[in-house]
Ligand binder design. Structure first.
Ligand code: ADE
Length: 250
């Protein structure tokens, strides 16, 4: 996958995009990520990239010319006829989730556009942007951190980036439930013992315990996820037990 990030702050990406799983994807030749500085494409003497909003109001708006030219150069480099997904990070966008990460991980090329100031000229959005994405209901100072979140979530889903042992099949959200708790050695630490079932050697019971923990956590923290979840007969029984136990506690 080729990812190009159009930004006014390329230096922000140096740490996160140069380490961990993203770096591994790059080392394995599965990922090619580069930042392009929008300012380099400003055709005015002072390399100005923003201006006052028409109609008045607070803040500045990023001007269309450097973004159009920058986007054109990047798209051209991908080859004739390519119209890559161009993702604009904005709190006004659709909420990013794991399903979208999966969908984006199938693309061969992605362009991320990071805005600053009050936003970007609407003509950029109308003509170049294919997706507007938000990472949550809060306002960041720019789209850079949001783009890094999306890129990290997408990169780890590209086949071959994660090793078998890092398999993400059972992970939180991926399965539709929040994940059960994990424990490692020692089995007793400062008088805190791990749940006995985990050292019982009975894998059926271990699976059942994990399923119950996942259902309990999801019920407590994200009951909305259970609304669309295809509960099995056993899940329903476990949920009843969980609710009974909670009632007894109260
Ligand atoms: N830019 C500023 N805030 C943002 C958010 N919450 N999500 C995506 N992009 C943003």
């Amino acid at each position: 996958m080729i990812i190009r990030i159009l930004t006014l702050f390329p230096e922000m990406f140096e740490g996160p995009m140069g380490s961990s799983i993203v770096q591994r994807g790059k080392d394995k030749g599965l990922l090619d990520i580069a930042c392009i500085n929008i300012r380099d494409y400003a055709d005015n003497k002072h390399k100005k990239v923003d201006d006052y909003p028409y109609g008045g109001g607070a803040g500045m708006v990023m001007t269309p010319q450097p973004i159009f030219d920058c986007h054109e150069a990047v798209t051209k480099a991908f080859g004739e006829g390519k119209r890559p997904r161009t993702i604009y990070m904005t709190p006004k966008g659709r909420h990013f989730n794991q399903a979208m990460a999966g969908e984006l991980s199938q693309e061969q090329e992605l362009i991320f556009l990071c805005g600053h100031y009050e936003g970007i000229d609407q003509r950029v959005i109308d003509n170049l942007v294919t997706d507007e994405l938000s990472i949550g209901d809060y306002v960041l100072t720019g789209g850079e951190l949001a783009a890094m979140v999306v890129i990290d979530a997408v990169a780890r889903l590209i086949p071959g980036v994660l090793s078998q042992s890092e398999s993400y099949e059972e992970e939180s959200i991926q399965s539709g439930l929040l994940e059960y708790p994990h424990y490692t050695r020692p089995s007793s630490f400062r008088d805190m013992d791990i749940p006995e079932v985990l050292i019982s050697g009975n894998h059926k019971n271990i699976d059942l315990w994990r399923r119950k923990m996942a259902l309990r956590l999801t019920l407590e923290r994200r009951p909305d996820l259970l609304e669309n979840f295809p509960l099995t007969k056993q899940d329903k029984k476990l949920l009843e037990a969980i609710k009974d136990e909670a009632q007894k506690k109260d």
